[in-house]
Design a protein around this ligand. Structure first.
Ligand SMILES: C[S@@+](CC[C@H](N)C(=O)[O-])C[C@H]1O[C@@H](n2cnc3c(N)ncnc32)[C@H](O)[C@@H]1O
Length: 272
């Protein structure tokens, strides 16, 4: 593991997270009650536009019960649980952060989905899967932490089956430097946004062609505006995971997008 990867893992290392989640969730449901996906959404969809973005990307990717899905950089498993619950497919989640994987397993058990969504610690650049092992790979708000984008996309290409789908949702660099801290990095040492022009080129060089390419920047701005107009979330939310300064990180992210420093892009691609 490189020094940078270790630093990224530290950024997402949340001490005693599964126990803290257990305590926080007691405010919305008793421990023996099955939790619904929508109850966890303020907490477990760790990307701009939350569950809305996952639902849109999944609809575009065209999943079926038989689709073998990998959620790469799965966080605490919200997107993977959404996909398993909505489409009935089997989802494997991989993430660098051991505390996130522990929490993903705990929350998935609470949702009664452990037979369809499983999680393991791993590095997106060195995946422990055979060539062509998955029919769909999801990568939501992860690539921004990975400097070697060519190797990342080549690894996704390797594990995708013929005719598979790569669904990616990320920030792309536009005009100026990012103001830190942001949800994925406290400073520039673990932030690796690729420019809007280089992103499609790098994907193409890794062997992908686009099926759908969508600029979600305006949708992201609208979502932040609506979120900031209301009161702060009262129940368990992403601050429970990332700590009290998550609010500042989120405000900076909204500001960065408003000032057109990064844009927000989603795409579904297929190997060519
Ligand atoms: C902003 S969170 C997004 C989590 C999840 N995709 C979601 O949308 O809810 C970024 C995640 O990427 C993971 N990550 C970053 N670099 C990674 C790598 N090289 N391999 C695996 N996971 C990585 C982090 O640990 C973190 O959980």
């Amino acid at each position: 593991m490189t020094d940078t990867t270790t630093q990224v893992r530290e950024h997402y290392n949340a001490t005693n997270l599964a126990s803290r989640l257990k305590v926080a969730l007691a405010t919305i449901a008793a421990e023996d009650q099955t939790l619904r996906i929508d109850q966890l959404a303020p907490l477990d969809q760790f990307h701009t536009r939350g569950i809305l973005a996952t639902a849109e990307l999944a609809a575009t990717a065209g999943l079926e019960p038989s689709t073998r899905v990998l959620d790469l950089g799965c966080g605490i498993g919200g997107p993977a649980r959404y996909l398993a619950a909505t489409f009935g497919c089997r989802v494997t989640g991989v993430d660098l952060s051991p505390s996130f994987i522990d929490s993903a397993n705990y929350l998935t058990g609470r949702c009664g989905l452990s037979d369809r969504a499983t999680f393991q610690v791993g590095d997106a650049l060195h995946l422990p899967f055979e060539d062509g092992a998955f029919d769909a790979v999801f990568l939501q708000h992860v690539a921004m932490n990975i400097a070697d984008r060519s190797s990342l996309y080549a690894e996704v290409r390797r594990i995708l089956a013929f005719g598979g789908r790569f669904a990616t949702y990320d920030l792309v660099l536009r005009d100026g430097d990012v103001v830190y801290p942001v949800p994925w990095a406290r400073d520039s040492s673990t932030s690796f946004l690729l420019s809007e022009g280089d992103t499609p080129k790098t994907l193409e060089q890794a062997g992908f062609k686009a099926v759908v390419w969508r600029d979600d920047t305006q949708a992201a701005l609208d979502w932040f505006k609506a979120a900031m107009a209301g009161p702060p979330p009262s129940g368990p939310n992403l601050s429970t995971v990332m700590g009290p300064d998550f609010q500042i990180m989120t405000r900076n992210l909204a500001r960065n997008i408003r000032e057109n420093r990064p844009g927000v892009l989603s795409a579904v691609l297929t190997p060519h």
